[in-house]
Ligand binder design. Structure first.
Ligand code: TNX
Length: 508
């Protein structure tokens, strides 16, 4: 039996009443809206277990806490002990700090089969995370079936080979073709499975950059007056492709058609349209793009991108949805209803919050889970900055420049992002995500003090005495505290390190 002090994420308040009793599997579940969204009160007493939730999600999070109290074996797929578990008598009162507690999975660079996604949804639920952002399209692959444009997956979901690792020498290739996509029914299943666990799936269709797979499938989407787009394939290596969408009406109409099908599959209020890293070289050279700039009376290519984003902002708003995009959508002026996902330090997020836009903080200097977890040379594929478990535990979504100001509440939450250029399988996803996702979950759920005052030693103790055992029972191939198991290493695969990230607010 695990003790009440080992819960992750830590609840707001735990009041032990002394004594223990057997848990026979019955829970009295009640909704009482005075508790507030996602809040719950869990009571274990001699007369049974009761969960009062502020809504159904609150009841569900209460059940996750109860599961942790039952001990690690409650995280197995089936019971291995016929004897009832003993529960401590107590009251837990709990509510999340942020409404958006997200995780982004890049299924474009490497496809993750449907059943692995469903399993990951279970892991998110166990950590009280409530948003799964699926990065469904990129230069290296298109992963969502679109009925009216079948070549997006027939052509765009496959590449002939894949760059191994990131960086120059040695230039290694995995010569196996790679690909895969989710059918619309697969996505309906993922969305429904997540909804049963009070997790919203936010789809991302990246535009106008990161679109080479779409251009490979439909060459007319690209800037044909400057490149032979018919000769382009799906990108096989990493980095930012210069081959972006054309800003023509035909391209916009094509993507409206894509988004119509996306809206039909995903009930999420927020729809992510990317907007990041759109190289403007083709637009600068393209007479058609320049004519568009002139016709619309725009100053430059940044304003042209902004015009496209504004178009989709209005288009989504007219259908009762809201646009969210990476912080580059600030360039050239932010669309009125847009929310911003801030990945380059905190700056864009601060500017957007001050201008009255909702912000999800996911700075790559703090919570990019494709980056290494230690400076141990045995880490599989050296990439990015070092983000240790402790670094992530001390991640603070609200920078000091917003804290205590009226703009603070514009930070609706935070997200950890797992890009998959060097993360090619379910085991690698597990390794990069865990245990850091447990620390992240506590940083976004719990009412923790400022980053410097957080009790990492206590978190580490809860990990060691209970949470690693829960992850074991869930079958998650996490990074052990002492470093990678021999079979988790990738010797000889090149990478690219960014040096050491400075944990200061100077760039906020
Ligand atoms: C930046 S974050 C990207 C991704 C890469 C990632 C690698 C963002 C909006 N763009 O395309 O996969 O860095 O860490």
């Amino acid at each position: 039996m695990s003790s009440e002090a080992n819960l992750i994420p830590a609840p707001r308040r735990v009041e032990p009443h002394g004594g223990v009793g057997p848990f026979l599997g019955e829970v009295r579940a009640i909704v009482d809206t005075t508790l507030g969204p996602e809040a719950y009160r869990l009571t274990v007493a001699a007369d049974g277990v009761e969960i009062v939730g502020g809504d159904e999600a609150g009841v569900f999070w209460g059940r996750q806490t109860l599961r942790q109290l039952q001990g690690p074996d409650a995280f197995r797929q089936a019971s291995i002990d016929p004897a009832p578990t003993e529960l401590p008598y107590l009251t837990v009162e709990d509510a999340p700090r942020f409404a958006w507690r997200g995780f982004m999975l890049d299924v474009a660079r490497h496809f993750l089969p449907k059943d692995d996604v469903l399993r990951f949804v279970d892991a998110l639920a166990a950590h009280k995370l409530n948003v799964l952002h699926l990065h469904l399209t990129d230069d290296q692959g298109w992963r969502i079936e679109i009925k009216r444009h079948p070549k997006l997956t027939e052509v765009g979901a496959w590449r002939p080979r894949t760059k191994l690792g990131w960086g120059g020498e040695p230039l290694l290739w995995d010569e196996r073709p790679h690909g895969g996509f989710y059918t619309q029914d697969d996505l309906r299943e993922i969305v429904a499975y997540a909804a049963e666990r009070h997790i919203t799936v936010v789809p991302e269709i990246d535009l106008p950059g990161h679109s080479q797979a779409a251009v490979a499938a439909y060459p007319e989407l690209g800037n044909r007056d400057v490149v032979d787009t018919a000769a382009l394939g799906v990108k096989t290596d990493w980095g930012i492709s210069p081959h972006v969408l054309s800003p023509l009406d035909s391209t916009i109409a094509f993507y409206e058609g894509v988004l119509e099908e996306v809206l039909d599959l995903f009930p999420s209020r927020f729809v992510h349209i990317g907007g990041d890293e759109c190289l403007k070289d083709e637009w600068r050279k393209s007479p058609a793009a320049q004519a568009r700039i002139a016709e619309l009376g725009l100053a430059d290519e940044d304003e042209l991108q902004s015009w496209m984003i504004r178009h989709f902002d209005r288009w989504l708003a007219a259908r009762g949805r809201r646009l969210i995009g990476w912080d580059e959508i600030l360039q050239g002026g932010l669309a009125p209803g847009a929310a911003v996902m801030c990945w380059r330090w905190y700056r864009g997020g601060v500017a957007a919050a001050e201008a009255g836009h909702d912000v999800v903080m996911c700075p790559q200097q703090e919570v990019y889970f494709d980056h290494v977890q230690s400076d141990d040379p045995r880490e599989p594929v050296p990439f990015g900055w070092v983000h240790t478990l402790e670094d992530v535990y001390r991640f603070e979504p609200v920078p000091p420049s917003l804290a205590g100001t009226p703009h603070e509440t514009r930070v609706i939450g935070a997200q950890a992002n797992l890009w998959t250029e060097v993360v090619e399988s379910r085991a690698r996803v597990d390794y990069q995500a865990f245990p850091r996702l447990a620390a992240f979950a506590e940083a976004v759920w719990s009412d923790l003090p400022g980053p410097g005052d957080r009790d990492f030693a206590d978190f580490a103790r809860r990990m060691d005495t209970a949470h690693y055992a829960r992850l074991d029972a869930l079958g998650i191939a996490y990074r052990p505290p002492g470093g990678p198991h021999p079979w988790q290493r990738r010797p000889g695969i090149p990478g690219r390190m960014h040096g050491s990230a400075r944990k200061t607010w100077e760039n906020a």
